[in-house]
Design a protein around this ligand. Structure first.
Ligand code: ADP
Ligand code: MG
Length: 499
C-alpha cells in the first residue's frame, strides 16, 4: 500500500498550460467525464450470482448482494483482469496494490448501507485517451479508473402506492473511468466518449450497450472567462446516447452562461437531462467526498497485482485501435481520417484488411468500405458481420475498377446486384449487364468518327476554340457507347482527331 501514492484531485494545477478551446459568448467551456463501464464478467464482482440483464426481479442475486448478515465479499478475478486490460489500453499505471473502500450512503436499493468502491488508491492510475476531432489530434488525460459494485434498482411503476426493490443489478462489476477536466467543447466531449466506447468494446471488457446502461456517462460541465480559475461545475447524470450527450452539454453551457450573465453564481449540483424538453434539471445539490465517510473496507484485503500478471496480460492483448489506425496510415498510405473510421470496430477493420489484401488497392478498398458499403449497412441497420456483400466479392469488384474493366458507376450497379442477391460472381454480373468499358480503341475510334461526322457544327466550334462544344462531343460519344467508354480515353481520342 505504501509504494502507491494516494490520488488527490490535482485538477486546478493540471490545467496550467492546457490549450483553450472555442469560446462560447466569450466563455471557455470545461468538461470532465466520469463513465461507468459495466464489465463483461459472467458473475458479480463480489459474489457468484450471474450478471444477467432482464431476469425476474431478485432471481440473480445471492446472500452477498442481499447483504444478509455474515455474508462476505470475495473479489472476482475476471473483473480485475478487465481493469488491467483497460489500464494497458490507455497507457495507465496499474497499481501493485489498491484498496477497496466503503462509500456510505443511505438508499433503499443499497441494502448494505454502503457501496464497495475504491477511493484513495484505485487500481488504474493516470493514462490517456487519444482521438481526432476535425483533423486535430486530442489527448484527454485520465485521472483514474477504479473497480466498484453497482447498486440495485427501485421499481415504482409496477406497484400501486408501493415501491419494489430489485437487487439483480446489485454487485454488478463496474469500472468507473474519470478524466481530467480536459475537454473544451461538447463536440470534443462526444468524440472522447465515442473513443472510450470504442476502446472498451474493442478489448471486450464491456459490451457498450448504452440503452441497457452498460456504458453510462456523466458529464461535468463548467464555464469560465479565459484565464480565470475553474468555474463551479454541474454534473449531468446518465447520458445514455451520444446524441443526447451533445444536446445536454450544449444546453447546460448556454444555461450556465445565462445564469452568470444574469449575476447568479453557479451552485455545484447533479442534474438530469430530459430528452423530451432538451433541458437539464437539478436533481440534488452535490455531496462532497466527506459526506460519504469513506474508509477502507475491512472485509477485503488490498488488491495486489503482480507484475507478471500485468505483463502476461500485455503480451496476450490484441492490437489496439489506435495502434492499428497508425499501421493503416503507415502501411496502406491512408489518411488519418480513413484509418480512424476503419478501426471503429474490430469487424470493420478485419473486413477492410481482407478487401485491401485481396484487391491490393487499399485506398479504393477504404473508399468502398466507408462509402457504398457503410451506406447500405446503415440504411438497413445491419452490422458488417452480416453484410450481404462479402469482402472477397468487394475485392473482386475493386480489381475490376482498377484494371479498367468497369467504371465507378458501373461498379455501383454491380455492388447493388451483389447486395440484392441478383448474382454472386462479379465477372458474370459485369458480363450479363453489359457493363464492360470499351477498351478496344479501334472500335471506339470508329464510333468517334461517326460522332464527328454527325456533329459538324460542334466540330467547327471546337476548332474555333469553344470548350463547351468539346464537352458536347464527349457527351455524344459516351451516349453512342452507352456509357461503356472510358471518358478520359474519349477525350484523348477527340483531341487527337481535332488536332
Ligand atoms: P466527484 O467524484 O465528486 O464527482 P471529482 O473531483 O472526482 O468529483 O471530479 C469528477 C469529474 O469532474 C472529473 O472528471 C473532473 O475532471 C471533473 N471536474 C472537476 N472540476 C471541474 C470543473 N471545474 N469543470 C468541469 N469539470 C470538472
Ligand atoms: Mg462523481
Amino acid at each position: 500500500m505504501s509504494q502507491t501514492q494516494p490520488i488527490v484531485n490535482p485538477f486546478a494545477e493540471m490545467q496550467a498550460g492546457r490549450p483553450t478551446g472555442p469560446l462560447v459568448q466569450g466563455y471557455e467551456v470545461i468538461i470532465g467525464f466520469e463513465t461507468h463501464a459495466q464489465l463483461t464478467t459472467q458473475s458479480k464482482i463480489f459474489s457468484r450470482a450471474p450478471t444477467s440483464f432482464g431476469a425476474e426481479p431478485n432471481t440473480a442475486a445471492s446472500a452477498v448482494d442481499f447483504a444478509l448478515p455474515g455474508a462476505l465479499p470475495v473479489m472476482n478475478r475476471g473483473a480485475v483482469q478487465r481493469a488491467i486490460e483497460f489500464g494497458l489500453a490507455v497507457d495507465a499505471h496499474i497499481a501493485e496494490s489498491s484498496v477497496f473502500a466503503r462509500k456510505n450512503y443511505f438508499y433503499p436499493d443499497l441494502p448494505k448501507g454502503y457501496q464497495i468502491s475504491q477511493f484513495e488508491i484505485p487500481v488504474v492510475q493516470g493514462g490517456k485517451v487519444e482521438f481526432f476531432l476535425d483533423g486535430e489530434k486530442k489527448s484527454v488525460r485520465l485521472v483514474r479508473a477504479h473497480l466498484e459494485e453497482d447498486a440495485g434498482k427501485s421499481l415504482h411503476e409496477d406497484f400501486v402506492g408501493m415501491s419494489g426493490i430489485d437487487l439483480n443489478r446489485a454487485g454488478t462489476p463496474l469500472l468507473e473511468i474519470v478524466t481530467e477536466p480536459d475537454m473544451r467543447s461538447s463536440a470534443e466531449a462526444v468524440a472522447y466518449a465515442r473513443e472510450l466506447h470504442k476502446i472498451v468494446t474493442w478489448i471486450g471488457i464491456c459490451d457498450g450497450n448504452m440503452q441497457e446502461g452498460s456504458f453510462r456517462c456523466d458529464a461535468n460541465v463548467s464555464v469560465r472567462k479565459p484565464g480565470e480559475p475553474l468555474g463551479t461545475r454541474r454534473e449531468i447524470k446518465n447520458l445514455n446516447s451520444f446524441r443526447f450527450m451533445q444536446q445536454a452539454i450544449d444546453y447546460e453551457i448556454r444555461w450556465q452562461i445565462e445564469q452568470i450573465e444574469d449575476g447568479h453564481a453557479i451552485q455545484q449540483a447533479t442534474v438530469l437531462f430530459d430528452p423530451d424538453t432538451g433541458e437539464t434539471r437539478a436533481m440534488r445539490t452535490k455531496e462532497d467526498a466527506a459526506d460519504y465517510r469513506y474508509f477502507p473496507d475491512p472485509d477485503l484485503p488490498p488488491l495486489v497485482i503482480g507484475r507478471d500478471w500485468v505483463e502476461k496480460t500485455r503480451s496476450e492483448m490484441s492490437e489496439l485501435p489506435r495502434v492499428m489506425a497508425a499501421r493503416f496510415v503507415a502501411d496502406y498510405g491512408l489518411p488519418e481520417y480513413d484509418a480512424g473510421q476503419l478501426t471503429q470496430s474490430k469487424a470493420v477493420a478485419a473486413y477492410f484488411e481482407a478487401v485491401a489484401a485481396a484487391s491490393q488497392q487499399p485506398k479504393l478498398a477504404s473508399n468502398w468500405v466507408m462509402g457504398e458499403l457503410s451506406r447500405r449497412l446503415n440504411t438497413e441497420e445491419k452490422a458488417i458481420e452480416s453484410s450481404a456483400v462479402s469482402s472477397a466479392q468487394l475485392a473482386r469488384l475493386i480489381v475490376r475498377i482498377g484494371d479498367g474493366t468497369i467504371s465507378n458507376n458501373a461498379a455501383r450497379q454491380v455492388f447493388d446486384a451483389l447486395w440484392t442477391g441478383e448474382g454472386q460472381d462479379v465477372d458474370v454480373l459485369i458480363e450479363a449487364k453489359g457493363l464492360k468499358q470499351m477498351n478496344d480503341s479501334g472500335e471506339l475510334e470508329k464510333i468517334i468518327d461517326e460522332v464527328l461526322a454527325a456533329n459538324a457544327k460542334n466540330v467547327e466550334e471546337v476548332r474555333a476554340g469553344n470548350a463547351k462544344a468539346m464537352n458536347a462531343l464527349v457527351g455524344q460519344a459516351m451516349k453512342a457507347t452507352k456509357g461503356k467508354a472510358n471518358p478520359a480515353q474519349v477525350n484523348a481520342l477527340l483531341k487527337k482527331k481535332l488536332g
